[in-house]
Design a protein around this ligand. Structure first.
Ligand code: SME
Length: 168
């Protein structure tokens, strides 16, 4: 296992995701608590990608769900203060939750309804999080200060990481 705080310079993005998946598997083996799993993913990712500006989860609000309301509430994250709640269908996170598909946004200012928690965010990727029975439980949101930071390698890497940690 690489030291989570060790710099990952010199590795390709795809290699970094492979290390992350391996580390997450090893660290979270036999840890069922969902908050612990989310917090660990946030820490591993933020350490591995120091240029990520905001990294965290928005969770499906289970109480609101029983009332027929589809809403996300902020979960474990690192970065500047995130907004607390996002309705399904609103912004990039709400779109990922409503469509259950990964959203890659090269320029958040061009995304209709984007929620600007911090004006320094310029590009974003949001990956839906499913549990072992295929139920949507959260979305994983990463923001960057750079434009066009995320590509298909990030989609593949993050979808694999999220699947390994939350669905298997
Ligand atoms: N920009 C997001 C909101 C969450 S923050 O970036 C932390 C969106 O439009 O969903």
């Amino acid at each position: 296992m690489h030291t989570p705080s060790a710099p990952m310079a010199g590795y390709t993005k795809s290699e970094i995701y492979q290390y992350l998946i391996r580390d997450a598997r090893a660290i979270l083996d036999e840890e069922p608590n969902r908050v612990a799993r989310m917090a660990t993913v946030v820490s591993l990712c933020a350490q591995a990608f120091p240029d990520w500006f905001w990294t965290g989860f928005y969770c499906v609000d289970e109480v609101k769900k029983t009332q027929g309301v589809d809403e996300l509430v902020v979960g474990p994250y690192t970065g500047t203060l995130g907004c607390l709640r996002i309705a399904f269908g609103r912004g990039v996170c709400g779109t990922a939750a409503a469509t259950k598909t990964t959203q890659i946004v090269p320029d958040v200012h061009a995304f209709p309804g984007h929620i600007a928690c911090d004006s320094r965010s310029n590009s974003e990727i949001v990956v839906p999080v499913f549990d072992g029975s295929g139920e949507l439980i959260a979305v994983f949101d990463v923001d960057s200060e750079q434009y066009d930071s995320f590509d298909e390698t990030d989609r593949d890497g993050l979808e694999s990481l999220i699947e390994v940690v939350f669905a298997s």
